[in-house]
Write a protein of this length. Structure first.
Length: 257
């Protein structure tokens, strides 16, 4: 029965991701924690490997279309991969199954969801700010991109959230002249090694449920395919605010729980 429920949840989340582009982690991880009662560390670890697998397909498509800037992806990874490894090491020292670690993951997950909701709500204002912003020098860009990658590495390793919406916003601010499709493509390409390294780290810590992972993939892959095909027929201007409100409510609950 649980396998069917997980598969159905994967399908629904996958369809929403296909329609809106909102990262699966911001939906899947809190669903696993709050609805199914999965331990926060296990929910994060399983979702990270799930994200690594699903985003690999997206990276291949974007690369074939020439919409991945591998130079930018490399800069992000130069910050995020070491930061992820250090974060996982600190989680190992804390003990992934302890009450304090679970509390830390829940609070950080709530913060990440609130940030994601803010990005969705203020998307147009952020786009306006980005359009008016001049691009920095190459040296400053390199350092800032590595720093942004490091911040994402910490956040994603603890919560599995942030590689999508927050990564796109960071790249848009840093590279205002870069076409949107290359920002999205580069962000997705960066998410693959980051979620894979973080996911394998959580697997090493014993935080991955293989049955849960298989059932989520079984549902989400057709869900993403369906959502991508019906995206033009769904009123996104109504769905995105509803998602933002849901993320605000869930994020607040996790932070104050």
């Amino acid at each position: 029965m649980d396998f069917f429920a997980y598969t159905l949840s994967g399908f629904v989340v996958g369809a929403i991701v296909g329609i809106t582009g909102v990262g699966g982690g911001s939906l899947m991880t809190p669903l696993l924690v709050l609805v199914f009662g999965i331990a926060p560390a296990t929910a994060v670890g399983t979702d990270l490997l799930y994200a690594a697998i699903t985003k690999t397909g997206g990276t291949l498509v974007h690369n074939l279309r020439g919409s991945v800037d591998w130079r930018i992806t490399g800069r992000l990874a130069a910050g995020s991969i070491p930061a992820a490894m250090l974060t996982l090491y600190l989680l190992a020292l804390l003990g992934p199954a302890t009450a304090s670690t679970s509390k830390l993951i829940s609070v950080m997950l709530g913060v990440a969801l609130l940030l994601t909701a803010a990005v969705i709500i203020f998307r147009r204002q952020l786009q306006t700010m980005v359009a008016a912003r001049p691009q920095s020098s190459e040296r400053v860009l390199t350092r800032a991109t590595v720093a942004a990658g490091a911040a994402l590495g910490v956040l994603v390793s603890i919560t599995s959230v942030g590689a999508g919406a927050l990564g796109v916003v960071a790249l848009a601010f840093l590279y205002p002249k870069l076409p949107a499709v290359r920002i999205v493509g580069s962000d997705i390409a960066h998410a693959v090694p980051l979620t894979l390294v973080a996911g394998l780290g959580h697997w090493w810590l014993g935080n991955v449920d293989h049955v849960l992972l298989a059932s989520l993939l079984l549902g989400s892959l057709p869900g993403i395919y369906l959502g991508s095909h019906i995206a033009t027929k769904v009123p996104e201007r109504m769905l995105r605010p509803a998602l933002a409100l849901m993320l605000l409510a869930v994020g607040t609950k996790l932070v104050t729980h």
